[in-house]
Each structure stands twice: as C-alpha cells, then as structure tokens.
Design a binder for this molecule. Sequence first.
Ligand code: NAD
Length: 394
Amino acid sequence: MEPKIRGAICMNAHPKGCAEETRRQIRWTQDYFSHHKASKKLERVLVIGASTGYGLASRIAAAFGYGAATIGVSFEKEPSEKRPATPGWYNTRTFDEEAKKAGIPALSFNGDAFSNEMRAKVGDALKSLGGPADLVIYSLASGVRTDPADGTLYRSALKPLGEVYKAKSVDFINGRLGEVEIAPATEEERRATVKVMGGEDWRLWIDYLGAQGLLAPDVKTVAYSYIGPEVTHAVYREGTIGSAKKDLEETAKGLNKELSASGGGAYVSVNKAVVTRASAVIPVVSLYISLLFKVMKQKGVHEGCIEQMVRLFSQRLYGSNEAMPVDTEGRIRIDDWEMREDIQKEVSSLWEKVDDENIDELADLAGYREDFLKIHGFSVPGVDYDAEVDFLNI
Ligand code: NAD
C-alpha cells in the first residue's frame, strides 16, 4: 500500500503504520517515566481532539505517564472494506488496546466535539469513571463548526488581515520552491475563524462540566496555541487564525479567574511547530518547519509531539515549581526552545538564503516528509508495506 498524496493532503492511511507510530509514542513515554518519576497520579483526564497530533500525545502522557483514566473525543472517518479510515481512527483503536493491556481505563468517542450531545455523552462517561476530571485538554483543529446554539455552520480561513501576503513557500513533496500570494480575509471570514478556532466552544465545555460537578476543585484546563516567527506572522499570528488564538487566550484569562478560586487554573500553552495534519495545510509553514528542524536537530533540541507534551506535563503542568511557569501574558511557553534567539536567528538567515539549488542542504525537507508520511502510517520502521492490508483492523 502506497500513500496517495494530493497537494499537502494524504488521502489514505496505513492501519498497521498508524498503530506502530502510536505504540512508539507510548513506549517513549513509558521509557521517560521509568527514569523520571511522575510527580502525582491523575485520576481522570479528558482530551478533546485526542486522536492525532498534540491531543493524542497529551492523552498518551496522561495515561502512560500519570496513570490517568482518559476520555478521548475525536472526529475521524471510519474504515470500510474498500477504504481505510482516517489516521486518528487507527491511532485511537491502538491507544484503547494498549491502555486496556496496561489496565488503564480509556473511553473514546468519535463524533462532533462542538455538539451539546457530545458534551452530554462525555459527562456521563466521566460519571461512569467515578467522578470529576483533574485535567481537560482542548486540542481541536478543525475547518468547520456548527454552533449548537442556532445550527449555523462556520468555516475557518487561513488568510492574512488587511493586506495581501506574499512569501516563499515549498511543495514539500517535490521540493520545489515557489511563492504564495494570499488575498486578505474579509471581516466575515475573520469572525467565522474565531467562531471555529476561538475560545467559545472551550468555554462551553468547561461551563457544562462545571455545572455537572465534573471538574475537580484543582482542575487544570489547557488549550493549545502557536505564535511562531516573524516570517509567518502575517498569515498566522496576525491573520485570521491568530485572531482566533487571541480569542482563545482571552477565554483562558476569564476561565482562569473562575477556576483559580477553588485552586484550579485555565491556560493556553504555546506549543512548538510540528508536522500534523493541521499544520501541513498552512501555507509557508512547511518551509519554515523544514528550516527549523534542520537547526533544532543540529543543536540537539529537536522535539516532536510526544516530547513536547511530556515536557508540558512534567515541567509545566505538574512540575516541581510551586507556581506554573508562564509568560507575561499568563501563557505556558513550551515553544521556548523553538523561539530561542540563536535558533530564530539561524532560521531567518537560512530563510533569506534558501533557493532551489540549496534547499536540500539548508532545509530538512527529508525530515519533514518523513514526519508527514508517518502521521499517515507510512514510512514507519518495522511495517511491511508489501503485505495485504485489512482496512477494518489494525
Ligand atoms: P491535528 O489535526 O493533528 O488534530 C486535531 C484533532 O481534532 C484530531 O483529534 C481531530 O479528530 C480532532 N477534531 C477536529 N474536528 C473535530 C470535531 N468537530 N469534533 C471532535 N474532534 C475533532 O492537529 P494539531 O496540530 O495537533 O492541533 C491541535 C492544536 O494544537 C490546535 O489548537 C493547534 O492550533 C495547536 N498547535 C499546533 C501546532 C502544530 O505545529 N501542529 C503548534 C502549536 C499549536
């Protein structure tokens, strides 16, 4: 079975490859915590957006690092005899199996996290697991959201605001450099993006669980964000998606005020740029990530999703510091190594120099491609890609 790639999207997923890649993250976590004892046991952790990328890694850290019973919510296509499922479906099956083997309770729901029905299901699931959540991770990346209040469908956009954005970009499959030009978003597109990726739905979740008595007094809730370098600001931080992320940060401040009254807290964690299904489709970001990987690998500080999330749990959320280390805006910065001055300086100097001739030498395109294939279950060591594939099983 071969990957079918169209643009920055891989249309299929290899069941055994996804399973093996999920197990690798579990093994990595178990190995880490066999050398660094977890500071506490977590009872129940809810991860919204739990099947791929940062959400899956968070769930693995919670279960296999902190012994938590986990509830995972995701939205994945199921397989048929003719067509494979989306990668997160296989990842979730594998997670559930491995958790069962380890005697760690896990309940997984496949459906729309933006709906009130899903909130009710998760509420019941928490009750069945014996009580409130210690931690709620919000890791959704979605292009659409139906507002449960009135049924309106909103679509997010990845566009700059105010001005046309032009920048270098790479087709990471054939390695060819080009230039992207993106017209600015309308105010309606900006607002729709805030509706989809801003803080409204996160607040609905926390309000619902709170009203049901399903948040532990010292509950922590964390939503993920990205800031990144100057070169991507116009299309990311200062674009439509950045507008949504700023809304998420405002939501965190409001929630934090309420939750801290009983010893809890709400935070935005700014994570590092990694290759996920969500980040692969953001123009310009793949070139930046390829250059960043080159520099971070050279300096020995490269991390993927699992390394980032284990560091978030062990050195921020449940670290040895009395107070959570946050920046002046109250955000957790686990993008600290990416944003180090020496690293950013080198990346921007490579950004200036990179052209069609030297791209393979200056950028880690091979590493980018490899990660992209792996998140779809391809190019995973130990998997026989010539063997017959059963889409219905892992
Ligand atoms: P991802 O595409 O790997 O994961 C998205 C998750 O959301 C999946 O589990 C998917 O099933 C789930 N999902 C999407 N729509 C849903 C719906 N309607 N109902 C239920 N589940 C749904 O993405 P990711 O890159 O891990 O992104 C997660 C978060 O991390 C986002 O907030 C993103 O902005 C942030 N982040 C990503 C990066 C990066 O480089 N990838 C960096 C920093 C922060």
